[in-house]
Every structure is written in C-alpha cells, then in structure tokens.
Design a protein around this ligand. Structure first.
Ligand code: KG4
Ligand code: ZN
Length: 346
C-alpha cells in the first residue's frame, strides 16, 4: 500500500440492493459486494419499500464484513466513508446513511454524501478514464437523463424524462405481458426472439428537445394488448417485446447521438440498469461506430446498483473538498446539478 493511494469505502442502499465496496484512487475496484433483494420483491411485482428497509438492516453488517474481508483491509485503512444520500427510497437510504455515519464517527473518518446518479455515471470510470467534455446517458428504474460533464464533479442536465423512466416503462410493460419483476431483462431476452411487427409511437417531443417521455408508449402497448384480447386475437409476446424495445431504443439512441453532436463531446457514457439492455448497447455501438466519439458502456455488473460506483463518485467529491456533517440525512429528492456544485463550493 503506497502512502499516496486513496482507499474509499462506498455504501449503497437506495433501492433493493444492499451494497458496499472499496475503490482505490477512484478507478480501481478492490472489493465490491452486492446483496440483491430481488427474490423478496418478485412476488409483489415491484419493490416494497418497507421490505427493502428491513432487508438492508439485516444485510448491511454482513455485506460490510465481506467487503473488508475480500479487500484484506479494515476501516482504519480507509481515507473516507462515502454513501448514497439520495435520490431513492427514504427508509432504504436511511440505513446506508446511518451506517456510514456510525462508521465514520467511530473511526474519525471523513464522511461524504453521494448522489446516486453521479454514482451510475462514475461506474464508467472503473472501466475507462473520462475524457471531457462528455455526455452521459443515464437510464435506470427511476431516471432517464442526458447529462453534460465539462469536468469532474460537474453535471449539467440537458434532458430528462417528463413522465416514466425508461426502466419503469420496461417494468410496467413487462407486468402487462405477465413477466416477472424486474421486467427489463425479461423483455430484452424476449425481444431477441421476436419481430418488430407493431409500429409503436416514438415520442420525439418538440424540435431540438432532449427530454424523453415513455408513458404514451407504455399506454399504447397496454391498449394494443387489450384490443387484441377483446378481438380474441393473440399477439406473440416476443413481437410485442421486440416492437416496444425498438421504440425505446430508437429514441434513446437518436437523442443521445444528436446531443453528442450538438455539444461536441469527446466521449459518451451509458449508465444505469437499462444500459445492460442488449438492444440498446448494439444500437448505440452501431450509431457511434463511424464517429470520432468514444462510446463507453460498462460491463453488466457495473450497470445495475452497486457501491463501487458510489465510492468512485465519492472519491471525486472527497478530492474536491466536500464533507458531510454528522447531521447528514437521507434526501430522496437530491438534485444532481446542486450536488455537483456543492462538492465544489464546500
Ligand atoms: O440502475 P438500476 O439497477 O436501479 C435504479 O437505480 O433504478 O436499474 C434498474 C432498472 C429496472 O427497471 C430494470 O428493469 C432495468 O433497470 N433493467 C433493464 C435491463 N436490465 C435491467 N432494462 C432493459 N433491459 C435490460 N437488460
Ligand atoms: Zn440505480
């Protein structure tokens, strides 16, 4: 262990994964442990907040112990404790925030609150170094955003969803198709076996807008299925899945491409659970293949929620001087742009 090396602990409990990780110098994963609760939420068709909080309480100590054990390090070796402060489920976030506070207070370590979406973006840095200016497409269960970063820790949201997030649309359409939760991977799999036989709408919105809207598409899928049922027709689930995915992927890919050209970025990062989508990955790769823009899509395990991404984003906030006080609280509606500015001002 060199003296100048920075070891940062990350803790993530914003939704249905209890996670802890240690990242070295903001770029290298030393240990990364994720305990998923998906099995417990499956029978309810979605995440039940009370169940999520209870699981986090049960899991967090073991997840932390496993993280330190795998790394061969202790809390004394850490330079800072970083934790997802928001957005997310308030009761779930509180478990991580209070655990981080207890550890930092007991061991007199700096405490840093991290924005969950900044984490998703920084998952890419565990895989590839950033080149600014860059554009990040964040597509998760709760977020669909296009973000410009001119430097580390600075976030400018140029487009966001006006209704459902991309992952949320996937999960809702999957439920209508009677597929288990979480629906994204299921639809992705079915799509590969289907044809795009149904022409679902594409919400381009106003000329030049980088915003998204997926609720019209979701309603169109639901209506198409109901109409077919009333006419006693059966639609192939694979074709419905493929047609739905084609609409989502086309809008995401096209808007990302237009934004990348308009803002003259050097790099495009894809982040969040939906970045695991095979159709989206393939469409982006083909769209950017002839461009002099570096397209970065992290490996699947870094796309979905984990704590290494929180430690990676936390490292930058820590280096930029941000410190949380002992009154740090869960903030379910934490703003990304303000989080970035706060890191710089404090
Ligand atoms: O980032 P994430 O793990 O959690 C949030 O912060 O929301 O994203 C979870 C979302 C879920 O909606 C899930 O259905 C979706 O990501 N997802 C996918 C795929 N894998 C996960 N959506 C489409 N295709 C996939 N392969
Ligand atoms: Zn997430």
């Amino acid at each position: 262990m060199k003296n100048e090396d920075k070891y940062i602990l990350g803790i993530e409990t914003s939704c249905d994964e209890t996670a802890a990780a240690i990242v070295k110098n903001g770029t290298e994963i030393v240990a990364n442990v994720v305990a998923s609760q998906i099995e417990s939420h499956k029978r309810f068709g979605g995440v039940v907040p009370e169940i999520a909080s209870r699981h986090h309480v049960e899991q967090i100590t073991m997840v932390l112990e496993e993280t330190f054990q795998k790394a061969g390090l202790t809390i004394d070796d850490m330079d800072a404790v970083t934790v997802t402060e928001g957005p997310g489920l308030v009761g779930a976030l509180l478990i991580g925030v209070n655990t981080a506070k207890a550890l930092a207070f007991a061991k007199n370590k700096p405490l840093v609150g991290v924005h969950h979406i900044a984490g998703h973006i920084y998952a890419n840095r565990l895989f590839k170094e950033f080149t600014f200016p860059l554009l990040a497409l964040v597509v998760s269960g709760g977020h669909t955003e296009l973000i410009i970063m001119k430097e580390h820790g600075s976030y400018e949201v140029i487009g966001e969803t006006r209704d459902d997030a991309a992952g949320e649309a996937y999960d809702k359409v999957a439920r209508t198709l009677k597929l288990p939760y979480p629906g994204g991977p299921q639809i992705d799999k079915l799509s590969a076996e289907g044809e795009t036989t149904i022409d679902f709408p594409r919400a381009w919105l106003e000329e030049g807008s980088f915003d998204f809207s997926f609720s019209g598409l979701k309603s169109s899928v639901i209506n198409t299925l109901h109409n077919a049922e009333q006419r006693n027709e059966t639609l192939r689930r694979e074709d419905v899945a493929a047609s739905f995915q084609a609409s989502v992927v086309e809008v995401l890919t096209e808007k990302t491409y237009r934004a990348a050209k308009q803002f003259g970025v050097k790099q495009v990062l894809v982040a969040g659970g939906v970045a695991a989508n095979k159709g989206l990955r393939a469409a982006l790769e083909s769209k950017f293949s002839i461009e002099d823009i570096d397209l970065v899509i992290p490996p699947l395990e870094l796309c979905t929620d984990n704590a290494a991404m929180i430690a990676a984003a936390g490292t930058i906030a820590f280096e930029q001087g941000h410190r949380a006080e002992w009154d740090l609280n869960a903030n379910p509606s934490l703003d990304l742009e303000k989080f970035g500015k706060r890191s710089k001002d404090s």
